[in-house]
Design a protein around this ligand. Sequence first.
Ligand code: ADP
Length: 266
Amino acid sequence: MTPEAIIQLEDVTKVYGAGDAQVTALKGLSLSIEAGAFIAIMGPSGSGKSTLMNIAGCLDRPTEGRYRLAGEDVSGMNKAQLAHIRNRKIGFVFQSFNLLPRATALKNALLPLMYNRHAPRGRSEREARAREALAAVGLAERLHHFPNQLSGGQQQRVAIARALINDPALILADEPTGNLDSQSSAEIMGLLHELHARGCTIVMITHEADIAAHAQRTIHMRDGRVVDLPDQRPPAAPPERTLSDPERSRRAKWQSKGAALVAERR
Ligand code: ADP
């Protein structure tokens, strides 16, 4: 094992259900993600991305194989031990934000502190931490707003503040921009870059190639396995002098569509 790996999966299999209903979602998957990396995970629906995130996030255990999180073997841990390690080391960001609708931004952000036995006990200290986390995501002025009083981008910022409150080494983001317009998406990606620059490891599922392009490396999944895919960027545009502008743009569009289709079929 590489000493600096934060996620180290060895021959991990995950089987759901039993008998005829049995589904093998991960089929002997091995993967190493170094601490401090910014990783995108892509793959068609049903390829095992969420299962991988659930295991990496200590929300579920492998059926077989080994998972080491920051060097610690968590594969055999019970639910309480997993919850403890999850709370200390991992922050989650989801497509649908998953905020409590009846709680203010401040209350939502401090929620993970309730389950952290190392967190300060006093209410004012906890609130100070939540305020700090919300200020870090640019929401110092929105502490007492409820989720329905915030835009999608602002709600996702609250979710990121909540993910940050325990100072995690690892952020797992499942389609963090999936419900956002392009400007809010750009802001959220900017925030993830900042966290990465501060030393956080970021692992993000996305369906969008331009979002994946923010990461240092993209892991492609197919049928419960990690597959090697060549660079999927569209081929270079044809030489300028041979085509008129509209023709060139039509050609470029067609080529990038073709490249995407070829990549899908691999
Ligand atoms: P993805 O996130 O890439 O869409 P998933 O990890 O959700 O893929 O699913 C991988 C496979 O495992 C799919 O065939 C899915 O139907 C199955 N699966 C996922 N979760 C469960 C579950 N809780 N029970 C039974 N089957 C599941």
